[in-house]
Design a protein around this ligand. Sequence first.
Ligand SMILES: *Cc1c(COP(=O)(O)O)cnc(C)c1O
Length: 393
Amino acid sequence: MNTQELDKKYVLPTYARANVEFVSGKNARLVDANGKNYIDFTSGIAVCSVGHGNERLTHALCEQAKNLIHMSNLYYNASQAKAAQKLVEASGYDMKCFFGNSGAEANEGAIKIARKYGEKDGEIKRYKIITLNHSFHGRTITTVKATGQASMHNYFGPFPDGFVYANDIDEIESLIDGHTVAVMIELVQGEGGVQPQDKQKVQDLAKMLKQRDVLLIIDEVQTGVYRTGKFLASNFYEIEPDVITLAKGVGGGVPVGVVMTSKKDIFNAGDHGSTFGGNYLSSTAICEVMDILNEHDASGELEINMLMFDKALEKFYQANPTLFTQKVGIGMMAGLRVKDAQTLTQIINNARESGVMVLKAGRNTLRFLPPLTITKEEIDEGFKALNHAVASL
Ligand SMILES: *Cc1c(COP(=O)(O)O)cnc(C)c1O
């Protein structure tokens, strides 16, 4: 049986897979099973932050795998301790980390931190968490309920109580009551359509929440790790959240989830845990990805690449006013709003045919999440293929 036959026979059909199978890659280039070449403007949904086949990351992982891949969190682990140091130092916040394995798991950790923070002797427990319409926080039973889109809440109930949805940032304050313990938002909504929040509104929100002792949780699973040009979107928005979650780009493709918090004493031994979280292999990935991207940032190359990408995207947007209605996003988390859903699907399919991979997001958005190490040649080639893809529309 070939891959498609095997997949159809043995894998649960939770994904509407496109008709392509990738077998290798180098930075922003991919090769499929037929030997066809592509430019990758998706990086596995913001995961392959340092590109495919990155030599430094591959080398670090191979060397670590020869020593230890995993031991238990019952023992000290130098890779995990160093990964935590690198993340906290890059953030500029006075925080500590907990390591899990995915974005949803990181958000579960954030929700547990909030729920524990809401536990005060002699008072009514504060447990409600306000999230936003158009958000996305994960696929576990709790994070699916934390996600403020009714379409996500089919079949799987009963769900945990305590999630309240605000239409937008302006509505949050009016929803706070004596049971509210936290607000959880993305600074740029990814799945919801690459929609950035207004900076002043976010800063005002942060100030108001601090005054009311309501925690601010920023879901940086997609925005984090230099996606917006700063290490964290929270840095870009110049706020000091109480809790931050990371996943996608932080392991460069090795599954990792991180929850960081300034409430450094919130958990005691036994309050939370993970068998795999922060093991030698995944922590080594974090350390190497952080070293590569810190250097990429410090050298000025990241900023140059982002400007080049934005310039090419702007040109493509300007050249196709009949297809696109708006350009959205920050840094290398970018999108173009397409006039209708059918055209969006056509563009994505044509693009794949033409040799460039792009993504879909909510609000009819064509989404771009290239590797942060993408080169000028790769950007130019990708947009050349995109021009070809839309020429007939
Ligand atoms: C992808 C994503 C998640 C879920 O991450 P998983 O690793 O798939 O569990 C959560 N929040 C945001 C903002 C995301 O983009």
